[in-house]
Design a protein around this ligand. Structure first.
Ligand code: ADP
Ligand code: ZN
Length: 601
């Protein structure tokens, strides 16, 4: 026995990465231990629908939701409990609503968001084990990758000046540019004072998770050399009424003492959701937190030098009070990077690693459409780990390929993000269709930008901007807009094997516009009478319109949509070659500026 142990140790000593493997082995052992210590019989999650009916039946006392893991614990009034797994991409309450829990019941529900670690309710020992594992893992990675990992250069404590600059943020130049003046302001606010200029107190960074919002906020503080305070909206959502509010208060107090500085509030939507009338429990708590936040933000002068940066991926759910002037009144989009952006991000993250000479980062960038900075950082890390495991001196092409594959097939959430090649093609044709039709149609707004990078629910988008601000819209302009909207679907029909759901919002807007023209603007054969109460199509069922009128309106709306559709079809057919050129460039570059687009036409 003793002999074999010595042999093993010898083996590790002889080997080049021997010590590393030893560390890995240790990690393995600790992880194994952790698994054992957790190995109490796992409860089987119950279906969400069962939870919904329990809520409807009034049997549920409390719901604890861990937003990042999607595991939700249900406490019943009779003392029992169970777990369920919710769709991670949608809020629990919304899912309950969809499953039939009525609007009057939701506010009565004691709903609470908790950190994953507290959710399991397990003991300190586990926490200790996890921390130890993380520590070991961190140490191992540090050693493995031959250098400090970008992003965690230094242990960071609250109120420190981050050791990061804009050089660490890549591929989102436009967002960065919009924030440069905040750095200037934090460095020397007397400059602004003298000019009588008011700095925004609150900046909202809007973008999907992992696009670099936290990084950006830290980099601002790092560039300006000011302390950085951070918290997350989900930390405010507490059991006891008033806890969230008092946390906000103490955070602002600490920060104000160190001004100029930055306060970063991640997931601000967790604390700042639109308020509902009535409600209780966590709703009330959330109200208090939100109120406190508003009070604090109103309480300091613009010259105090405290800038609050909030991050969210959904502005639409925020309480309007938060986005009023003087609060979070500047919004900066942090988009998913395009292929060039991804290349830049990869470059930042390989800085301290050794790569095989034939590794082409552009190839990596091309193979990762739709991924964000956080994904790319983890791909590089994974590649480095694979290289070590295979005892390479450098990270090879193969390591990269595997790391990419692993990332793409990793979590469900990411899988749904990455576009399949044929999907990308369809989106490219769709967007090219919009752009080409808009470009050719007289009275249409000029195309400003086209992209096939997904944003929220949209696969891509084509942006047009009016040349001047407009007070009025003419009939021809509205028709041109409807025609442009039809371009996407038409392109799918003519260039792809099948049509997709991608046009649904286009068609919705087009229909609304056509209805407006007919029912409110007197712009069709049906005459000048306005049918706007109630609005939209519901007007048709109102007794004020007789059967004949009903049919005439119906027909007029269809007529407009058909005409515009036919016009779009004519254009796309005629401009087949331009369509191909634009589509191919989009597939290659992912984003086209106005100039690039016009050159292709
Ligand atoms: P968010 O706050 O938007 O969810 P983070 O800023 O926390 O995203 O990003 C997580 C990590 O991903 C960062 O620490 C960094 O290592 C990497 N990352 C994300 N975006 C970028 C970027 N634009 N440039 C360089 N690294 C990035
Ligand atoms: Zn479209």
């Amino acid at each position: 026995m003793k002999q074999s142990v010595t042999q093993i140790l010898d083996f590790f000593k002889k080997h080049k990465y021997g010590r590393m493997s030893l560390v890995l082995l240790l990690i393995g052992l600790v992880a194994f231990g952790a698994v054992l210590s957790r190995a109490k019989p796992p409860e089987k999650p119950i279906p969400l629908s069962q939870v919904a009916s329990a809520i409807t039946a009034g049997k549920v006392a409390k719901v604890e939701d861990s937003q990042d893991s999607g595991i939700t614990t249900i406490y019943y009034k009779d003392g029992k409990q169970s777990r369920t797994r919710r769709d991670q991409t949608a809020p629990f309450l919304e899912q309950m609503q969809l499953l039939g829990v009525s609007n009057s019941q939701l506010p009565k529900l004691h709903y609470e968001i908790v950190e994953t670690s507290t959710l399991t309710g397990e003991k300190t020992m586990n926490v200790f084990v996890s921390v130890a594992m993380l520590g070991l893992l961190g140490f191992a990675m540090f050693r493995l990758t031959g250098g400090p990992m970008a992003g965690i250069r230094k242990k960071y404590t609250e109120g420190d000046v981050p050791n990061l600059t804009f050089h660490d943020v890549a591929g989102i130049d436009e967002s960065r540019e919009e924030l440069v003046d905040i750095v200037t302001f934090l460095k020397d606010n007397s400059l602004y004072e003298r000019m009588g200029a008011r700095m925004p107190r609150g900046v909202l960074l809007v973008g999907d998770p992992g696009t670099g919002k936290t990084l950006l906020a830290k980099a601002i503080a790092g560039e300006a050399g000011v302390p950085f305070f951070t918290t997350s909206g989900s930390e405010f959502v507490e059991v006891f009424v008033g806890v969230g509010a008092s946390r906000v208060r103490s955070l602002f107090k600490k920060a104000r003492a160190k001004a100029p500085c930055i306060i970063f509030i991640d997931e601000i939507d967790a604390a700042g959701r639109k308020r509902n009338a009535g409600g209780g429990g966590s709703e009330m708590e959330q109200d208090q937190t939100l109120n406190q936040l508003l009070v604090e933000m109103d309480g300091f002068a613009a010259t105090d030098g405290v800038v609050v940066i909030g991050a969210t991926n959904r502005v639409d759910v925020l309480d309007p009070a938060l986005t009023r002037p003087g609060r979070f009144d500047r919004h900066v989009n942090v988009p998913r990077p395009d292929v060039k952006g991804r290349l830049e991000i990869l470059k930042v993250h390989v800085k301290d690693r050794r790569l095989a000479p034939d590794v082409n980062l552009m190839d990596v960038a091309k193979s990762t459409p739709g991924l964000v900075g956080a994904d790319l950082a983890s791909i590089i890390n994974e590649a480095a780990i694979l290289a070590v495991r295979r005892e390479h001196d450098v990270i090879t092409v193969q390591d990269f390929q595997e790391a990419v594959e692993k990332n793409l097939t990793g979590s469900v959430q990411q899988k749904s993000r990455v576009m399949k090649e044929d999907e990308r093609r369809t989106i490219a044709y769709h967007e090219a269709g919009h752009a080409v039709v808009m470009h050719v149609t007289p009275h249409s707004d000029p195309v400003y930008k086209i992209t096939i990078i997904p944003r929220g629910q949209m696969g891509g988008f084509t942006m047009s901007l009016p040349e001047q601000d407009r007070l009025l819209m003419s009939k021809n302009q509205i028709l041109a807009r409807i025609t442009g909207l039809m371009g996407g679907r038409v392109a799918e029909e003519l260039f792809c094997d099948d049509i997709t759901s991608g046009a649904s919002s286009d068609l919705k807007v087009a229909t609304q516009l056509a209805e407006e023209m007919v029912m409110r603007l007197g712009m069709s054969v049906t005459g000048l009478r306005v049918f706007n109460q109630p609005e939209g199509f519901e007007a048709l069922s109102s007794p004020r319109a007789g059967q004949k009128t009903f049919e005439a309106l119906d027909e007029a709306i269809n007529h407009i949509l058909d005409e515009c559709y036919n016009e779009a079809k004519r254009i796309v057919t005629e401009k087949r070659e331009a369509m191909e050129r634009v589509t191919q460039s989009l597939l290659l570059q992912e984003t086209l500026t106005r100039e690039e687009f016009v050159a292709l036409m």
